[in-house]
Ligand binder design. Structure first.
Ligand code: SF4
Length: 383
């Protein structure tokens, strides 16, 4: 990427209260070592009257050895083991169901959290990588009309440890050889499950820190393997750019004009396409990471040639220094629904027009389609 002129956040933008406030008095998820940094873990053990130095051993079991059975933690004194595990490794969630597709290399798990809230995560194994798609909220408050998750509204934010646990569960399944392809590890994490990650900003940043902290304090992943998606909480995009962690930003744009985007992505009535794309461009400029523009192709709604041209023009207006690429997402074919998949010929034409404007464009792999694990399909029901 070449240098570009600096951008500034819109005045007052970072003071907007875009974080979901938990109602007072609501019971919080159990505290877990993944919620805390190493000093916090030590302090929590000491609060329980337990030796703080054991925190490192517990972290090693959790992040490095991926052990979940206390019986295997034989380096902990037998008399204290149960107390130590209860203090730092309480049970956070129970798997209710795992569905498999793609010969077992795509696995969607439905989790029940401590308060009965349901969330889902999806593990996708490819020949060269394994990606965990995680939820960051139970439900979602962004109300995008084409999205299954959005229809149920927001239940609550997830804690850092609840988000981390989804990744660790995937890491365990891979390490134990439960996924076809032999033992492996999680190389990528995408925040594209249930919820708007930037509306649960603090827990998501905490999660990124735990994922990237060197083992055994964290999972020791590369920030470059992590993608945070957003529908465009503009002040939070500026804030994320300043965190100094080079994760990839995926902006779910879905429309290049305010009129249509106001309908498809209601937060657009608060932050316009121009403000949102400028924040994404600033993210690329600050982090030197190419931004991904996510665009779910909806037949007859946002897939017209003139919209491809407009999208190309909007993105090109910030320069052609390689700051962006477009990822087209084929929606699930839902016959009779207003929100259904584009005609393949329209999809090809859309790609052609974007490429003609010099915008690198890919069509997303539709892994997980058979098990409702693609974007906007995680509705988390027990049925
Ligand atoms: S598309 Fe994303 S932001 Fe919109 S309602 Fe669904 S989960 Fe929420």
């Amino acid at each position: 990427m070449s240098e570009t002129p600096p951008a500034t956040a819109p005045s007052g933008a970072t003071t907007l209260p875009l974080v979901f406030e938990e109602p007072r008095g609501r019971k919080k998820p159990p505290r877990h070592l993944a919620d805390l940094d190493p000093a916090g873990r030590k302090a929590l053990l000491e609060e329980h009257g337990l030796p703080g130095f054991r925190a490192k051993q517990l972290s090693t079991h959790y992040f490095a050895r991926l052990v979940d059975d206390p019986e295997q933690m034989t380096d902990l004194p037998a008399a204290q083991r149960a107390d130590l595990v209860q203090a730092l490794l309480p049970e956070l969630m129970t798997p209710l169901r795992t569905l498999e597709a793609d010969k077992g290399t795509t696995r969607k798990t439905l989790w029940k959290l401590f308060d009965g809230a349901l969330v889902e995560s999806v593990l996708m194994r490819y020949p060269d990588r394994a990606t965990m798609c995680v939820s960051s909220q139970a439900g979602c408050g962004m109300a995008c009309p084409f999205c299954a998750t959005g229809q149920g509204g927001l239940q609550r934010n997830m804690s850092t440890a609840e988000i981390v646990e989804q990744v660790v569960a995937g890491a365990r399944a891979l390490a134990r050889g439960e996924v076809p392809g032999g033992p492996g590890r999680v190389s990528n994490v995408v925040f594209m499950g249930m919820g708007e990650p930037l509306a649960n900003y603090k827990a998501v940043i905490g999660t990124i820190r735990r994922l990237t902290d060197p083992s055994p304090d964290g999972l020791g992943m590369s920030a470059r393997g992590i993608t945070v998606s957003t529908v465009g909480l503009v002040p939070r995009i500026y804030q994320l750019a300043d965190e100094g962690i080079p994760v990839t930003l995926a902006l779910s744009l879905h429309a290049p004009d305010d009129e249509l985007r106001n309908e498809l992505v209601p937060i657009n009535t608060r932050f316009s396409v121009a403000e949102t794309v400028e924040a994404a461009w600033n993210y690329a400029r600050t982090t030197k990471r190419r931004v991904s523009i996510e665009y779910a192709m909806m037949r007859g709604i946002n897939d017209q040639g003139h919209r491809a041209d407009l999208l190309g023009d909007v993105l090109r207006s910030y320069g052609d220094w390689g700051w962006v690429h477009v990822n087209l997402i084929p929606l699930n074919p839902t016959p009779g629904s207003k929100w259904t998949a584009s005609d393949p010929a329209d999809e090809r034409e859309f790609v052609r027009r974007l490429e003609a404007k010099g915008i690198p464009t890919t069509v997303r792999d539709t892994r997980g389609r058979e098990i409702d694990g693609a974007c906007g399909q995680l509705a988390a029901t027990e049925d």
